[in-house]
Design a protein around this ligand. Sequence first.
Ligand SMILES: Nc1nc2c(ncn2[C@@H]2O[C@H](COP(=O)(O)OP(=O)(O)O)[C@@H](O)[C@H]2O)c(=O)[nH]1
Ligand SMILES: [Mg+2]
Length: 400
Amino acid sequence: MKKAVVIIPTYNEKDNIDLTVSQVFDVFAQIKNWEMHILIVDDTSPDKTYEIVKKLQKNKKYASKLHLLINKQKAGLGGAYLKGMAKAFDDLKADVVFEFDADLSHDPTKIPLFLDRIDLGDEMVLGSRYIPGGGIPEDWGFHRKILSIIGNLVIRTILTDFSIHDWTGGYRAITKKVYNAVYPEMNLEKFAGYTFQIGFLHKAKQKGFKITEIPYKFKDRTYGKSKIGPEYIKNALSYIIKMKIKIILNHRIFKFLMVGGVGTLIQLITLQLFRAMVPEFDWLFITGFILATFLSIEVAILSNFILNNIWTFADRKITLAQAPLKFLQFNITSAGSILIQLIIATIGEKFFGLFKLLTIPIISYNFDTGTLYVIIGILLGLFWNFFAYNAFIWKKKKKK
Ligand SMILES: Nc1nc2c(ncn2[C@@H]2O[C@H](COP(=O)(O)OP(=O)(O)O)[C@@H](O)[C@H]2O)c(=O)[nH]1
Ligand SMILES: [Mg+2]
């Protein structure tokens, strides 16, 4: 039979823990296809919560199904969960762990529903207050309601991930698979506090695990105090923003644009150099100016080719043997982009004249229809380049 361990972190929960344990065990009695345990992680609470747990452990009703882990030092909510998960999975050989509060904010009668989802193949199940059937207490102050609702909206918006409605809830079931993948990345210093909840979920999501939500109604605690403070909002927000910046910096399109920008700079600088170096001549259609322009474009193309290969498409790197042919192709696609810009400019010229088209944006900075054609040309050129790189030059290798 598979085993599930409900981890309950406690800090000064002497008035709650007794009732919580007994209510959770009542629910355990109805679960037939899972072996159910509780693990309490107490950070040596000043109110001696752990003493109560030790007494409960002597109760025959709970037999060997109630475990206690005592930390000498207060390690925050994340610290308690990380230590608790390590014990549950490694020592108690759990297949699934639950995150569960000691203050009965989480309705224990939902535990079997979490297990049903896991039985159906979900890898992480979230209790959610913000889907139909879920909710927060009516009597929460305006402040707290707004904070929780807006908080979740901000997280969803910044991470641009709307598939999850409750990022901050603390009622969850996590399979060993998810734990094995995420745990090594959860460093205790960064995730000691409540940011643990957001961080753990975000990493699980990034790794592509199957995550679902089931609704529950959050109930306010009757005894004791919430340990959540303003620190939490600051830490959580700074975590999400850092995460988002990391995601953008790692994005292929961002790298592609940076490389293109560097290429343009290189072209402008080398154009000046070549113009100074190449003597004036006029041979058929080719002048010194045209040759210098051509050389500077070629240097920029070479720079784009190399930088895109080692950075933007590092995961699809071209080998040295393929390089000559690929570089030739790269030149053709680059010519394609220049062609697109010329075509757009020609269309523009029909209406405005090429001279006006090229000089107005540069000399007068007036935004007119001519400028618009230049911008459209550049955007289409970029679009073509990115498409061609993906489709031809750095084609995704087919998995066998
Ligand atoms: N072991 C441990 N448990 C903690 C710590 N901080 C909070 N908890 C427990 O984590 C659960 C959630 O905390 P709570 O203050 O109720 O947060 P809230 O429900 O968001 O207001 C409760 O069971 C707390 O006793 C901590 O530093 N160490
Ligand atoms: Mg609580």
